[in-house]
Write a protein that binds this ligand. Structure first.
Ligand code: COI
Length: 372
């Protein structure tokens, strides 16, 4: 795997701060009310940009008014999908403080995705600065209502106009911000999912562990197929045996059987979810048994038959925790916890949300206040 390390842009010698040029938007956009917010449909007034050129490294960090890109039609990203992204959230607490949740973990994952896609490494301090600087200038966009937040979307794309297949020599990092409500219309209410052995999301040695555009494009067909059959999302099975559960939709999956919570291991095909890690940490803090191991779809159905299947939920930044109320596989259908949100699912959701909004202690130091 190519691991291109780039130089950092200039820092101010006395303050150590990165020189971010700011161009303020001349007119500000109308902001939706907190009650109107959906997921990812509106964007704040500004965006953060940074460019890379081979031989010069990453340079020219700047905040500009939110605007369309000018991209050469031959840009490598448009043809060969050399691109990565991440997603994290900032929350306004009742004390009016805006807190970013687990920024360093997201930055680390972004750089891992970059390495896998032959994209030069970003300076973590600069990426962190981009989050704080953009949220600082667009702070008024951070909604107040519980269940709402600002979703930050950092991304890197290959901009070089070149149709040969090799890593590009120029890239753009951009950061946009979107005030959001619930990801699924169901909110914290249970969703129906369909396990498929017809399509796979990722295979060993592939891109499954990277947050890259192609994984999401690859998921669309199966998801549409599931929707036609009345399900909200797909439960992905492993690409070799088509037997072990991998992920659900765009989220990690957890199953409570008896008194143990089981989640598939990070074996290279699934994304190292930051919410997955947060939840495993909380479960361990609470003394609940956890196992990171392969679990087959047959084991889940068997647990349903013998009455030990207690709860099942997806975890992700966008939805936090999404309970699974119904599971389909071939011609079988099961209802989990009577189709209702389970007690542990609810407890986990409440605990994470309380930390995110600053309503409870943050023993692991997951949140960082925006001071800009
Ligand atoms: C998440 O669950 O946070 C995701 O990855 C969904 C995102 C692609 C919208």
């Amino acid at each position: 795997m190519t691991n291109i390390v780039a130089e950092s842009p200039t820092r101010n010698r006395s303050t150590g701060k990165l020189a971010v040029a700011v161009t303020q938007a001349k007119t500000l956009k109308p902001r939706p009310s907190d009650d109107e917010l959906e997921f990812g449909t509106v964007f704040t007034d500004h965006m953060f940009l940074l460019d890379y050129e081979e031989g010069h490294g990453w340079r020219d960090p700047r905040i500009v008014p939110y605007q369309p890109f000018i991209l050469d039609p031959a840009a490598a990203v448009l043809h060969y999908a050399q691109s990565v992204f991440d997603g994290l959230k900032a929350f306004r607490g009742s004390d009016d403080t805006v807190r970013i949740f687990r920024a360093p973990a997201h930055i680390e994952r972004l750089n891992k995705s970059c390495a896998r896609l032959c994209i030069p490494q970003l300076d973590p301090a600069l990426v962190l600065e981009s989050f704080h600087a953009l949220l600082g200038i667009d702070k008024a966009w951070v909604p107040r209502k519980r269940g709402t937040s600002v979703y930050l979307r950092p991304a890197v794309i290959a901009t070089e106009p070149f149709l040969g297949v090799r890593p590009a020599k120029t890239f753009s990092y951009f950061l946009i911000a979107s005030p959001v409500g619930a990801y699924y219309a169901e909110g914290i209410n249970p969703v129906k999912i369909l396990a498929t052995d017809k399509y796979v999301r990722a295979v060993q040695g592939g891109l499954g562990a990277a947050k890259t555009a192609g994984n999401y494009a690859a998921s669309l067909y199966a998801a549409e197929d599931a929707k036609k059959q009345g399900f909200t999302q797909v439960l992905w099975l492993d690409g070799v045996h088509r037997k072990y559960i991998d992920e659900v939709g765009t989220m990690n999956i957890m199953v409570k059987i008896g008194d143990e919570v089981i989640t598939p291991p990070l074996g290279g095909t699934i994304l190292a979810g930051v919410t997955r890690d947060s939840i495993l940490t909380l479960l361990r803090d609470w003394g609940i048994k956890t196992a990171e191991r392969q679990i087959s779809i047959d084991e889940v159905f068997e647990a349903s038959r013998n009455g030990s299947l207690a709860e099942m939920w997806g975890t992700g930044t966008a939805a936090v925790v999404s309970p699974v109320g119904e599971l389909g596989y071939k011609d079988q259908r099961i209802t989990i916890n009577g189709g209702k949100t389970g007690a542990l699912t609810r407890q986990l959701y409440d605990a994470i949300v309380a930390i995110q909004y600053g309503d409870s202690n943050d023993p692991h130091g997951w949140t960082s206040p925006v001071t800009a």
